[in-house]
Design a protein around this ligand. Structure first.
Ligand SMILES: [Zn+2]
Length: 187
């Protein structure tokens, strides 16, 4: 059911900065919440401060990881951690922290949890023929939430939401019409 209801309080969507350099360097200085295990070399041993530098986290964070089960090679200073143990620990941690969005949900960065948008209303902005952003307001903190979705999954993800389509020529229906999937093809 297409709708003409508006979300008047939604701020304009800002696309992520293109690789101009500035945005990336700013991002690199911020401590990383989700360290990338692919930076770890399996056959190396690391000191605590080396891990902090490698993964862009605070040394205190690495000590917390050790308290939470990241194994030391032995208990002699300087404390060393094997690359394999570190990689395994990070992979497990990432899997445990994963909070996938269900249908009609958008991840709120502030609440750090998937939320149904306020009023079950959202906007959809198509960026390409295949993908676009579903935008809604978090019902808890009122922050704008964004979810990149493929058009192939539009009907599935938007079921139960009132979605305002932002481009006239890309008008879609939020109903689970089978032709929607046929038309857009698979992801
Ligand atoms: Zn929130």
């Amino acid at each position: 059911m297409p709708t003409t209801k508006c979300l008047p309080t939604l701020p304009p969507f800002r696309r992520p900065a293109e690789p101009a350099g500035q945005g990336r360097s700013l991002k690199a200085k911020r401590p990383c919440r989700c360290p990338d295990h692919r930076r770890v070399k399996v056959h190396r041993n690391y000191a605590i401060d080396e891990i902090a530098g490698l993964l862009n986290v605070h040394v205190g964070t690495v000590r917390v990881w050790i308290r939470n089960g990241l194994p030391l090679i032995d208990h002699q200073r300087p404390y060393l951690i094997s690359g394999l143990a570190l990689m395994t620990f990070l992979k497990l941690r990432r899997a445990q922290n994963r909070r996938p969005c269900g249908p009609a949900e958008i991840y709120c960065l502030r609440c750090r949890a998937p939320q149904r948008p306020a009023g079950d209303m959202a906007d959809y902005i198509a960026w390409t023929d295949r993908t676009g952003d579903l935008i809604g307001l978090c019902p808890r903190c009122e922050m704008a939430m964004y979810r990149r979705i493929s058009r192939a999954r539009f009907a599935e993800i938007c079921a139960g939401l009132e979605v305002r389509i932002m481009q006239e020529h890309l008008r879609l229906s939020a109903s689970t019409c089978p032709s929607v999937n046929d038309h857009f093809g698979q992801e």
